[in-house]
Design a protein around this ligand. Sequence first.
Ligand code: ATP
Length: 635
Amino acid sequence: MISLPKTSFEWHNVISSKSMEKTQKNTNDTKNMKKKKPQDGMARLSDVFREYWTSMRSVRWIYLVIVLSFVISTFLMSVMTPLYLKDFFDVLAKTGTEAAELQASVPLLMHILFIIFGLGLSGALLRRLGAYFDNYAYIRVSTDLRERAFAYFIGHSYGFFSSNFTGGLVQRIARFTRSFNNVTDRLFYNIIPMIVRIVGIIVVLTFTYKLLAWVLGAWILFLFITSYGIARWKLKYSLLTSEADSRVSAATSDALGNHTTIQLFGARGHENNRFHKVVSDYARLWRKRWNIDIFSDTIYALFSVVIHFTVFYITIKYWGQGGVTVGIFVLAQTYILSLNEDIWNSSRIIRDMYEAFADSKEAVDVMKLPHEIQDAPNAKAITVSGGTVELKNVAFAFDQGNPVIRGVSLAIASGERVAFIGPSGAGKSTLVRLILRFYDIQSGSISIDGQDISKVTQDSLRNSISFVPQDPILFHRTLMENIRYGRLDATDEEVIQAAKLAHCHEFISSFPQGYDTYVGERGVKLSGGERQRVAIARAILKNAPILILDEATSSLDSHSEVLIQEALDVLMKNKTVIVIAHRLSTIKKMDRIIVVNHGTIIEEGTHEKLIADNAGMYAKLWSLQSGGFIQGEIE
Ligand code: ATP
C-alpha cells in the first residue's frame, strides 16, 4: 500500500498545520466550527474506553474492590445515615416535655446516635480504602497507557513524523494518561456515588414517602435529559478547544525548535505575532466554552431552586393533612441537599468526562491510525549475503502529488559502489528512502538479494543497511550511547574502536567528560562535522552489508574529509555502496555513476564513460566544477 495521507487524521494534520496560519482569518466562529467537524475524527468514545480497558484488564479485580468500596460507603453515608436521622428527629418530636419522658428517650437517642456514628466511620474508612486502591491501580494503568501509546506512536512511519509536529504528539500522549485520571476520578468520586444515591434514595422514599419518590424521580430524569443535551452541545466546543490547545503546543515547539533561524533572521517580532494569532484563537474558543459553562450552570441553579420549593410546598400540604412526620421533613431535606449537589455537579462531571474524552481522543486517533508501513503477514527476516539491490520500474509520489520517482529500473551488483548524482530535488534522497522502505512505492518492485523488501520484516531490512544521513540527528544521550546505537550489544571497547576509525575519538577525548558527554537535544552541542563522524562511527559499528551515504562527508573540512575518506574506504570494503554526493571529486572512483533528474535515471556509467559523452549532464557538471559542488538545477 502507498503511504498517502488518505485518512482523515492525516488530512486533519495537514489541515491543522495550515490552519495555524489561517485560523485567524476565520472570524465567524460558528461557520468555522461547522467546517472543521471534529466529531468526524477516527476514534469514538467506545475506542477511547477500549484503550482504557486494555490497560485496566490486568487490575480488574482491584477495580472491582474500588467500585464496591465506593458503592457501599456511599450507601452507608448518604442513604442509610439520613434514615437514622429521620428516626432521631421522630423520637425527639414524639418525646413530651416531662422530665420522665425526656429521661426515657435518652437511651433510644443514644442508640441511634451510635448507629449513625458507626455508619459514618465505616463509610469513611471504606472510602479511604477505595481511594488507596484507586491510587495503586491508576499508577499502574496510566504507566501502561503511556507505554502503549509511546510504542504505537513510535511505530508510525517516516512520512507520518514528517507531517506531524513532535510537540503536538508529545502533548497527545501526556493528555491521554492525564485524562484517564480525570475519568476514573469522576467515575469513582462522582458518578458511582451519584448513581448509588439516586437509586438508594428513590427506593427508600418509595417505602417511606411515595409522592416524594415520584417527584424526585421525574425531576432527576428531566434533569439528566437536559444535561445530556447541553453536554452534547458543549462537546464540539470542548473538542475545538482541545485541538486549538494542541495547535498552540505545536506552534510553540515549532518556533522553539527553530530559534536559531528566528534569531538569524531577526524575526522575533514576526514569531511573536504569529504565536499571538494561534494563542488568540485558543483564547477565543476557551472563552466561548467558559461562557457556555456559565450559561448551563445558571440553568442548573434555577432548576435546583425550583425543586427545593416544589418538594417543600408538597410536603407542607401533606403535613397539613397529618401525612408526614418531622423526621420525613428532615429526610426530604437531607436527600434533596445531597441530590442537589449531585445534580449541580452533574453538568461539570459530564463536561469533565467529555473533555477527558476529547483529550484522549487525540491520542487514540493516532493509535487507531494504521501504521502506514507495515510488515506483510508472516513476513520473514531478510537474509543478505551479497547485497544486490534491484529496482524494477519503481514509481512514487508524495501525498497524491506529482510523481517524484518515475519508472526507475536499476540493478546494483553485490559489492558494487554506485553514486547517485543530480540536481537538487531530482529524487536522489527519495530513492534511497524507498530502498530503506521509509515509504511504500506505488508501482514496481525493490528487492535485495532477490527478496522483495515489502515482503520481509522492516527491522531485518534496516538491520542489513547502514545509512548515514545528510544531517544526522543525535539523541540527547552520551556519546557512548549515541555511537552504540549502531549495535546495541557492542562493548565499550568496540564503540571506542569504531569512534577511532571514524576519527571521532580525537574530538571526544578533548571533552572533559569524554564518551560520557551529553550531546544536547538533537546533538546541537556538536558541530555538523562531528555529528556526521558520530553517524559514520555508528555505521562502522553496525557493519551492515549495504551502505548508504547521503552526503556523508558534506559537513567536513578538507582535513577531516581525507581522514573520513580513509575510514569510509575501510568501511566500504566488501559492501554494496550507494553514495549520494554533490561533490563530484568524491565519487570519481565509484564503479558506476547514476545521474538522476526529475525522478528518472538519465545517464549511467563510469566517470570516464560519462565524461566521454560530451553532450551529457555529467560531462556538463564536470566541466562546470573544479572539485566544487553541483550548483542548483541543471537542464
Ligand atoms: P537534494 O540533493 O537537494 O537533497 P534530492 O535529489 O535528494 O535533493 P529529494 O529529497 O529526493 O531530492 O526530493 C525529491 C522531490 O520530492 C523534491 O521535489 C522534494 O520537494 C519532494 N519531497 C521530498 N520529501 C517530501 C515530502 N516528505 N513530502 C512531499 N514532497 C517531498
